[in-house]
Each structure stands twice: as structure tokens, then as C-alpha cells.
Design a protein around this ligand. Structure first.
Ligand code: HEM
Length: 133
């Protein structure tokens, strides 16, 4: 049993990302998508870490990459369709990864943000907002 605490630092975000991708990349419903994307974790993890650091701690680190997650997922959707059920599964895994190790205001906030962004992304790529809110 891990002693749960809130997400306090970049190291906590990195820890969360490691937990999340370990699950997502081997998941029976969405794991194959990461293979099609040929995701290179060594390259990807620092960028996603910057994304969530910017969300939680307003560091602005993500902006220096000049990237747009909606666009990136729209391109991915052209390679392999991202459907509402994929977004729902993605969010389920994300929430479980947060709850496994963290509890608190930021833990709640990051789950809420993931839900809101996932909804927007799903709407953007397929015209269907997959997740309530
Ligand atoms: C169907 C669900 C999803 C799948 C299968 C998926 C998969 C992926 C993959 C394969 C990439 C790497 C793309 C590339 O670099 O070519 C990526 C990037 C990323 N995803 Fe997702 N994703 C999903 C939903 C989400 C959601 C809901 C969020 C919420 C925030 C999110 C956040 C990100 C971020 C921040 C990046 C990095 C963007 C960048 O490189 O600048 N993803 N995703």
C-alpha cells in the first residue's frame, strides 16, 4: 500500500505518467493505438509531463514546444479512428492511475481537466463529445 498524498511536484507528475502509460499501452481496448502511433516514450513522456505541469502549476513549459494536442490527436485519428469508446477507456485508465497513488485537490483537478480535454478532443476528431460535461 502506498501512502497517498496530493500531486505536489513535477516528480509526482512523472510518476503519474509512468503509471498511466504502463497501463494504457498494454490495455486491450486502446493499447494497439500506441503501437500504430509508434509512440516513443522517451521522447513523449517529458512533453506530456510539461503539458500537465503547465495545467497544474502554470509553468507554461508546454508552450515552448509549440504543439497543439487537438491537432496531434486529429492526425492520429487519420491513422486509426479515435472513437468515443476509446476516449472513455483512456479516461478510465487515467482516473485509475491517479487514484492508485494520489488524493487531494490537484488529484481531483487533473482528472477533471483530463475529462474536459478528452471531451473536446473527441468532439474535435469525430463530432461526438464522448464524456459528460
Ligand atoms: C482515445 C484516447 C487517446 C489516445 C489513444 C491517445 C494517444 C496519444 C498518442 C499516441 C500520442 C502521441 C502522438 C504523437 O506524438 O504522434 C498522444 C499525445 C498526447 N496526448 Fe493523447 N491520446 C488520447 C486521448 C488523450 C486525452 C483525453 C488527453 C488529455 C489531456 C491526451 C493528452 C495527450 C498529450 C498532452 C499528448 C502530447 C501532445 C504533444 O506531443 O505535444 N490524450 N496521445
Amino acid at each position: 500500500m502506498i501512502d497517498k498524498k496530493d500531486i505536489e511536484t513535477r516528480a509526482d507528475i512523472d510518476d503519474l505518467m509512468n503509471r498511466f502509460y504502463a497501463r494504457a499501452m498494454t490495455d486491450e481496448k486502446i493499447g494497439y493505438i500506441f503501437e500504430i502511433a509508434e509512440l516513443d516514450l522517451e521522447h513523449h513522456l517529458p512533453i506530456t509531463g510539461d503539458f500537465w505541469e503547465t495545467m497544474l502549476f502554470s509553468t507554461g513549459n508546454y508552450h515552448r514546444h509549440g504543439r497543439n494536442p487537438l491537432q496531434i490527436h486529429a492526425l492520429l485519428d487519420e491513422k486509426t479512428p479515435l472513437r468515443p469508446e476509446h476516449f472513455r477507456r483512456w479516461l478510465e485508465i487515467f482516473r485509475a492511475s491517479v487514484d492508485e497513488a494520489f488524493v487531494g485537490e490537484r488529484a481531483d483537478f487533473i482528472k477533471l481537466r483530463a475529462q474536459m480535454i478528452g471531451n473536446r478532443m473527441s468532439n474535435f476528431v469525430s463530432g461526438i463529445p464522448a464524456l459528460a460535461r
